[in-house]
Ligand binder design. Structure first.
Ligand SMILES: NC(=O)c1ccc[n+]([C@@H]2O[C@H](COP(=O)([O-])OP(=O)(O)OC[C@H]3O[C@@H](n4cnc5c(N)ncnc54)[C@H](OP(=O)(O)O)[C@@H]3O)[C@@H](O)[C@H]2O)c1
Length: 228
């Protein structure tokens, strides 16, 4: 996504918690002026402070994409406080910490775009997915309220409800399933599994002029998973 956005002319601030991988992506970006913000999105106030500091030193953001998250498939009887904290801190608490940073003067430009990563798990129930679904529904709820709160500055806030996208998270899941189950899972997506490019293209659209009248919604990008 960062590579695509840089090819569209964006100056990128890459964030993640693995500096080596961040440097690899940094080297693959088009254009100049990009920066790296190595940060554990643990939901703490330090997340807000680090983003504000980056805006002060590297310049105001036009948009932010919040994709960090961990998946967790486990029955409710195994969902304890520790698992709740793990799932919610990286996605929901950090989503709020990022939103708080964006609400500070000089961090994001008026008219900018905030995109939060949700999932079809927010829209459909599945055994073992209570915690993950709860976190993603929280992202969708947060999206709607932030859209109202940021509208006076014409900052748009949307989430993406993605179906199965072929990433390391997806690989981990399918490696735990039989081939028959993987085929069933893929067949539920009318257009098959998605690729990171499918998400990146949607984000590029929402960041750009084409998305100027879209706010407060959860855009479903799922290859037809939720259609039936
Ligand atoms: N793949 C799918 O099928 C799918 C479908 C719907 C929604 N999603 C959502 O899409 C987003 C991206 O998922 P993905 O499939 O790309 O998963 P992934 O391959 O596991 O990538 C998730 C990324 O989030 C980062 N992350 C997790 N916790 C973090 C933290 N506390 N601080 C900083 N970074 C953190 C991970 O960093 P590390 O590598 O350092 O752990 C990793 O780079 C997630 O929100 C996920 O829930 C994925």
């Amino acid at each position: 996504m960062a590579i695509l956005l840089s090819a569209c002319g964006a100056r990128i601030c890459l964030s993640g918690r693995d500096n080596e991988r961040l440097q690899l992506v940094l080297n693959a970006l088009h254009g100049e002026g990009h920066s790296v913000l190595c940060l554990d999105l643990n939901g703490s106030d330090a997340v807000t402070d680090a983003i504000r500091h980056d805006a002060e030193t590297s310049g105001t953001f036009w948009g932010v994409f919040h994709g960090a998250g961990i998946s967790m498939v486990r029955p409710a009887k195994l969902c304890k406080e520790k698992q709740f904290d793990e799932v919610f801190s990286s996605s929901v608490q950090s989503g709020i910490a990022i939103a708080r940073a964006m609400s500070l003067r000089g961090v994001i430009e008026d008219g900018g775009s905030v995109i939060l990563m949700s999932s079809v798990a927010s829209l459909r129930g599945q055994a073992g997915m209570a915690l993950y679904s709860a976190a993603k529904s929280a992202i969708d709820g947060m999206t709607r309220s932030l859209a109202v709160e940021f509208a006076p500055r014409r900052i748009r806030v949307n989430s993406l409800c993605a179906g199965a996208v072929q990433t390391p998270m997806h690989e981990k899941l399918v490696n735990s399933l039989s081939q028959e189950s993987v085929n069933d899972y893929e067949n539920k997506h009318l257009l098959g599994f998605g690729t990171p490019d499918d998400i990146a293209n949607t984000v590029a659209f929402l960041m750009g002029e084409g998305g100027r009248w879209i706010t407060g919604t959860s855009v479903v990008v799922d290859g037809g998973y939720t259609v039936r």
